[in-house]
Write a protein that binds this ligand. Structure first.
Ligand code: SF4
Length: 212
């Protein structure tokens, strides 16, 4: 059994995804390098799928230099690596992982800004996108990412679902709801399948329209 270390670039992740089924690996370490032109959101989206496949194949996974907020639900696979060349922007102060998180490369923030960073607050706050996802899932039970995007444009939901424009928005909304324990996600033949934790207070409130 082999161990593999991957300096994360989008192209390499595509290769790893193909390789996983062919090579017997015991462990993979994904390292997001200081100098990378790849968007962390896009890398994280691919890593979700690869980590799921590693879990399925019993391959140990370690992820370095990607903060928790990009891999919500996968915290146990993240290894914090402290560095003077990392920072935590001001908005991180709201995040419940502020103390443990080693931050993000300064060079990355200089290149992309901090707009992708979503502090994990765990508070019972709800955004328009989150309400939209909950309302759709209350109606249909479960849906793929593609179906959610189609439904948000339907006459029934178009007034509350005004802000999502693509699958990245659905993924970000979904990951926030996963962190709050409102939504669960499984990986199926058509990609992610989203459904609700119907016992969650937020879901009950949206269902009863008791949320302002
Ligand atoms: S919001 Fe900031 S502190 Fe929280 S996980 Fe993301 S980078 Fe780390």
């Amino acid at each position: 059994m082999q161990e593999k270390i991957v300096l994360v670039k989008e192209k390499e992740l595509d290769e790893i995804a193909t390789e996983l089924g062919k090579k017997k690996l015991s462990k993979i370490t994904f390292i997001f390098p200081k100098r990378s032109s790849a968007s962390l959101n896009r890398v994280a989206e691919k890593l979700h799928n690869i980590i799921d496949e590693c879990i399925f194949q019993n391959v140990d996974v370690v992820v370095e230099n990607i903060p928790y907020c990009f891999l919500v639900g996968y915290k146990r696979y993240i290894k914090e690596v402290e560095s003077d060349e990392k920072i935590k922007p001001e908005k991180c102060k709201e995040c419940k992982h502020y103390e443990k998180c080693s931050g993000i490369w300064k060079e990355y923030i200089e290149r992309y800004g901090d707009k992708e960073i979503m502090p994990i607050t765990g508070k019972y706050l709800i955004t328009d996108n989150e309400r939209c996802m909950i309302e759709i899932l209350l109606k249909v039970g479960q849906a793929t990412t593609k179906q959610l995007l189609e439904l948000k444009n339907s006459p029934e939901f178009k007034d509350i679902c005004a802000h999502c424009v693509g699958s990245d928005d659905v993924m970000l909304t979904g990951k926030n709801l996963i962190e709050k324990g409102v939504v669960v996600r499984e990986f199926g033949a058509s990609g992610y399948i989203w459904s609700l934790n119907k016992e969650h207070t937020l879901v009950k409130k949206v269902q009863g329209h008791g949320l302002e």
